[in-house]
Design a protein around this ligand. Structure first.
Ligand code: FES
Length: 260
């Protein structure tokens, strides 16, 4: 988030730009400074409404990239809470600050040279064994992941279980920000999921079949045709494409099967 601010009064903006009061204004505190913002906004939109421009700490705006980790505290509550700024709506008198990047250790490795041996993970991330099972990582996770259980699985060499438990991890890094053991759970989980996907689960038969079909050149002709088209023609083709109905079964196929 950039400290660069636009000079405007939020209340005036609502009344003058839209011609009517669109929402009640509530006070919030961004990095200690008080602002009034419309209730119902996400933290991200409220920060922008207050006049800040995001140059870091904002990506997908849809709860999947993990770029917008935010810590906040509510009045009278000792507990520090966390949320994704693009998902959590503001509440009156929230004090907040973003943690868009956490400077955690990330192991370097040649993925192709790794096997699925747990010892390789242990070697890359020896801090795994500094876990004291305090569960602070689980409590802070905005995705509701059982982070400590996923770490335990990894310590036991169960890469598949760690990958399964951490499937919803979006790499926000908030777990690491609270870890007594200086572990980097989110990077460890990413490695576990990579190993699981590439080296543990059996290759899907239908995928292998499809790769064979592609290698035999089935799609060369249509690809060449597409490559020869101009932008307008491609746009038209795209807009006229047959779209899968919203409610349909898994066996839906387009009428034109020439590209299947
Ligand atoms: S901006 Fe991507 S998760 Fe919030």
């Amino acid at each position: 988030m950039s400290a660069k601010k636009k000079n405007r009064n939020p209340a005036e903006t609502i009344v003058k730009e839209e011609g009517k009061v669109a929402a009640n204004l509530i006070p919030i505190y961004i990095m200690g400074k008080r602002y009034e913002v419309p209730e119902g906004l996400t933290i991200m939109k409220a920060i922008e409404y207050a006049g800040y421009k995001f140059i870091r700490g904002c990506g997908c705006r849809g709860g999947t990239c993990g770029a917008c980790g935010t810590v906040y505290r509510k009045p009278g509550d000792y507990k520090l809470q966390v949320a994704l700024a693009c998902q959590k709506t503001v509440e009156p008198d929230m004090y907040m600050a973003q943690i868009p990047f956490f400077p955690a250790n990330r192991a370097r490795y040649e993925f192709a040279e790794l096997t699925s041996a747990p010892e390789e993970v242990f070697k890359l991330y020896p801090e795994l064994f500094r876990c004291v099972a305090c569960n602070a990582c689980t409590k802070i996770c905005p995705q509701g992941i059982e982070v400590m259980d996923a770490i335990s699985a990894l310590k036991q060499g169960n890469i598949a279980e760690s990958a399964r438990l951490s499937f919803d991890c979006i790499q926000c890094g908030l777990c690491t920000s609270r870890c007594f053991g200086e572990s980097v759970q989110y990077h460890m989980f990413q490695l576990a999921r990579r190993i699981y996907g590439a080296k543990i689960i059996p290759e899907a038969e239908h995928l292998a079949e499809m790769v064979k079909v592609i290698n035999k050149g089935k799609y060369e002709e249509i690809l060449e045709k597409l490559k020869s088209m101009g932008e307008e023609e491609l746009r038209e083709l795209y807009e006229e494409r047959e779209i899968e109905p919203v409610t349909t079964g898994e066996d839906w196929r387009p009428k034109d099967k020439s590209c299947l």
